[in-house]
Ligand binder design. Structure first.
Ligand code: GH3
Ligand code: MG
Ligand code: MG
Ligand code: MG
Length: 415
């Protein structure tokens, strides 16, 4: 392996060409990336030093490119076998945040000192400020004084529990009341725990740490219940819930909504040729490609099942969805995952079915969309996908929600 750390890969005389790069890691790994030759330099998206690896370049017809000089060195960003396998399940380490609410600044100072090393602390001396801070930052835990002028701790607790985004934030009540009845009503209202004043640092720390542990486990449980284990994106359950919500919203507001159903082409052949574990890595790469096309926070990428994915596009009319579909096709092609047995291209490709509901939907004009459901949008996308497969794969087709059950032909997806 050529080892000059400062030597990039220089194909010669290949300017403007797309090449595939095989990276062979030790005995058991082989990854394909597409590379574009700009000037003299071979640009490899997402590549950096990979120690102990060798590389080869191939042209579009899978011939080893002759007359080129391949040297190895650091490139722009890094990808390693571990990185590829971890992709999709990565989660950055997050600092916990705790909101302290008490009308007595002395009590806040004391709690602040006790909890200084536990996480990021936020403070409020009345219920109104506390509610605003909680809405803005969704803390991991709230320590709440029961007796405050204006909005009491009990009133604030009731409001927190009524907001879906804050209902799961544990609240520890702090009070000088020590009667059992007081404690029971706080717990009945949804408080997670109870600490009596005067505050002792060991007791506060132990109770806070316990609640943070429970909260972490509950968050993990929620995450795994809604996340696809292989790819890290939303699973079928989360997709179904989001689609239902967005469809009801679109029906009510009249906003458009579109759906891309994406299916990997000839994926059975990919598994047959390279084996299931490589097939899994390929699905992760396809997921990365799909994620790279989503720019808006409301867009949702989900694994629908097997090698089928969905991208839910709220407030997106058909021309926007058509543009997105083209970006999806391009993004998957840019990954340049070699698929020698594909009957479409020699790389992994996808077909896309677009289902849409927007101003151009005839059902809107006649008001019949009131009778349609979220499943009609899925059926429209599914039928469009079938047309894309039938037309030769590696392309997108579009179908209006109103045509989910008609024999109207799907339209091509060029924006
Ligand atoms: P088409 O172009 O018509 O979609 O053909 P296809 O081969 O992609 O479709 P088919 O439905 O015949 O095969 C889908 C394959 O996807 C078969 C199955 O083994 C594979 N698959 C489904 N889920 C997974 C998975 O989680 N990992 C891997 N490696 N393969 C999977
Ligand atoms: Mg007080
Ligand atoms: Mg399929
Ligand atoms: Mg398929």
């Amino acid at each position: 392996m050529p080892g000059g750390a400062s030597n990039p890969i220089y194909p010669t005389g290949m300017t403007g060409q797309n090449l595939s790069l095989a990276i062979i890691c030790g005995r058991n790994g082989r990854y394909w990336r597409s590379a574009r030759v700009l000037g003299e330099r071979c640009i490899l998206p997402g590549m950096n030093q990979m120690r102990g690896t060798s590389v080869s370049l191939w042209d579009d017809r899978r011939r080893s490119v002759s007359g080129i000089r391949i040297e190895w060195g650091p490139m722009a960003t890094s990808v390693s076998k571990e990185t590829i396998e971890r992709r999709g399940s990565e989660k950055p380490n997050r600092v916990v945040s705790i909101l302290l609410v008490d009308d007595d600044p002395g009590a806040i100072q004391l709690m602040g000192r006790i909890l200084a090393d536990v996480g990021k602390l936020l403070f409020a001396t009345n219920g109104k400020d506390a509610l605003r801070l909680a809405r803005d930052s969704t803390p991991d835990l709230i320590l709440l004084d029961a007796e405050m002028p204006g909005m009491s701790g009990f009133e604030l607790l009731k409001m927190l529990k009524a907001e879906s985004s804050l209902a799961d934030v544990p609240v520890i009540f702090i009070t000088s009341h020590i009667e059992a009845g007081f404690e029971v009503s706080a717990l009945d209202m949804g408080a997670a725990d109870f600490i009596a004043k005067p505050l002792r640092s060991s007791r506060v720390l132990a109770r806070v740490r316990t609640q943070l542990r429970v909260k972490h486990l509950a968050d993990e449980l929620r995450r795994t219940a809604t996340t696809d284990a292989l790819t890290g994106v939303a699973n079928r359950r989360q997709f179904d819930e989001s689609l239902e919500r967005e469809w009801l919203r679109a029906k009510r507001s009249g906003d458009p909504v579109s759906l891309l159903m994406i299916d990997v082409d000839h994926f059975k052949l990919y598994n047959d040729l390279y084996g299931h574990p490589k097939g899994d890595v390929c699905l992760r790469h396809v997921t990365q490609a799909l994620l790279s096309t989503c720019k808006r926070p409301a867009d949702l990428v989900a694994r629908y099942g097997g090698e089928e994915f969905m991208i839910l596009l709220p407030q997106t009319p058909r021309h926007g969805a058509q543009r997105m579909a083209q970006q999806v096709l391009d993004a998957v092609a840019t990954f340049g995952i070699f698929h020698e047995d594909s009957q479409t291209t020699h790389y992994v490709s996808v077909s896309v079915g677009i289902g849409c509901f927007d101003d151009a939907s005839a059902c809107r004009t006649y008001g019949s969309h009131a009778l349609l459901g979220a499943s009609d949008l899925v059926r429209a996308a599914d039928k469009a996908l079938y047309s894309a497969k039938h037309a030769g794969r590696g392309q997108a087709k579009l179908r209006d929600i109103g045509d989910a059950d008609t024999s109207e032909p799907a339209t091509g997806a060029a924006p």
